[in-house]
Design a protein around this ligand. Structure first.
Ligand code: NIG
Ligand code: FE
Length: 388
């Protein structure tokens, strides 16, 4: 089944060689999907025929968002915790235990239903690739269950047994690190691609994080790190040292952290919906970009620190609060996320890429930041098949 979308006012290819600027923009353009891939892009008038034709009516088509950081396998919510934060209580990692208790008590079907609801909610908002972490089970059986359920909806599954120390290991964090690095990684690695650790005061220190990442790597998992979210710390440098695909959050960085990111392939993944929901300062995207670091934007969708599934919201925050231009933010939400997941086949719309795209009810990508809170995604294709 092939599809041609004609009459595209602004086609964001994400390939600077294919069009104008860093976004590789083509005007009055068309794109053809065939066999789940982008088969052709070019002037609308030259577009070849296909089984199905769509008229974009001068609107914008861009790659589907690549949300490279989300925690979607959980039960319950923490709306009360959010409300308390808005009246001044600070965010603390300890709230994770509330969700751990609810998740452990939930059936597979409850977890699966919540996960699928969130993935569908993301799809309606233009997200076509999503990474999904475990981290609310924190026993061998519960973490294995969470990665197994996550793998039902995405190939980008991350084992996050080292999210926090669960209550039964109070006073024995070393024992929990040994469990994560031993039986837990062995049970989870077959269902995951990535290993993550929350390296932060109140969670895991550098030595513990290093142990966990090394065990993951030995089991074939590639590292990514929750780093420098709640304060300065060793997370970013640890991520770079471990060859992590991504250091996520990057809210409190010193010059050495910025230099380390700029001189490494590790992507700085910024999660501004978390700062919105925790009243923390926003990460300084401008400083990272000016230093030459690769930057991605992602939602971090989770019931605690930030429960937004909207990449468009993250784009708007990045532009309004973090010094990114609309083009930089859209690139970070598409090609940047792809890079953070080491994927060359998504986050761009040039021949050979996956046919993962969205049509906006707007003439151009700037409207994603210019019209915050407005559901602009009018249609979504994944692997060339219309989803929304
Ligand atoms: O990325 N920082 C650690 N983990 C999540 C929060 C999880 C939670 O609060 O439930 C995050 O912000
Ligand atoms: Fe997270």
């Amino acid at each position: 089944m092939s599809v041609v979308i004609r009459g595209i006012g602004e086609l964001v290819t994400g390939d600077p060689a294919a069009g104008d600027g860093a976004l590789g923009v083509l005007r009055d353009a068309a794109v053809v999907f065939d066999g789940g891939r982008v088969a052709w892009v070019g002037p609308s008038g030259d577009a070849p025929a296909a089984d199905e034709a769509v008229d974009a009516g001068g609107r914008c088509v861009l790659p589907g968002f690549v949300d490279s950081h989300a925690h979607l396998v959980f039960a319950g919510d923490r709306a009360d915790e959010f409300a308390a934060r808005m009246t001044g209580r600070p965010y603390a990692a300890g709230g994770i235990r509330t969700t751990v208790a609810a998740t452990r008590a939930a059936s597979d079907d409850v977890l699966r239903g919540n996960l699928r609801r969130l993935v569908a909610e993301m799809a309606r908002q233009g997200t076509t690739t999503v990474e999904c972490k475990s981290g609310y089970g924190l026993t061998v059986e519960q973490e294995a269950r969470c990665v197994r359920i996550a793998a039902e909806v995405t190939g980008e599954v991350t084992f996050l047994g080292a999210h926090v120390v669960p209550p039964e290991y109070d006073g024995d964090p070393g024992g929990y690190v040994r469990l994560v690095s031993g039986a837990m990684v062995a049970a989870c690695a077959p269902h995951a691609r990535w290993i993550d650790v929350f390296c932060e005061r109140g969670a895991f220190d550098a030595a513990q994080a290093r142990t966990v990442l090394a065990a993951g790597a030995a089991a074939g998992l590639v590292p990514r790190v929750h780093a420098n979210q709640l304060g300065p710390g060793p997370g970013v440098r640890l991520a770079v040292e471990a060859g992590a695909a991504s250091a996520d959050h990057c809210t409190f960085l010193d010059d050495a952290d910025v230099d380390a990111l700029a001189s490494s392939p590790t992507v700085a993944t910024l999660l501004p919906a978390v700062e919105f929901s925790t009243r923390q300062p926003y990460p300084d995207a401008r400083r990272l970009l000016d230093a030459g670091a690769a930057v991605a934007l992602a939602t971090d969708c989770n019931p605690g620190s930030g429960y937004s599934s909207s990449m468009a919201f993250c784009v708007a925050l990045a532009v309004r609060e973090m010094g990114m231009s609309p083009a930089e933010a859209v690139l970070a939400a598409t090609a940047g996320g792809a890079r953070a997941l080491r994927r060359a086949d998504v986050g761009r719309l040039s021949p050979g890429a996956r046919a993962d795209a969205q049509l906006l009810d707007a003439p151009g990508h700037i409207h994603l930041a210019y019209r915050p809170g407005v559901p602009l995604t009018a249609a979504v294709w994944k692997d060339g098949v219309r989803q929304v």
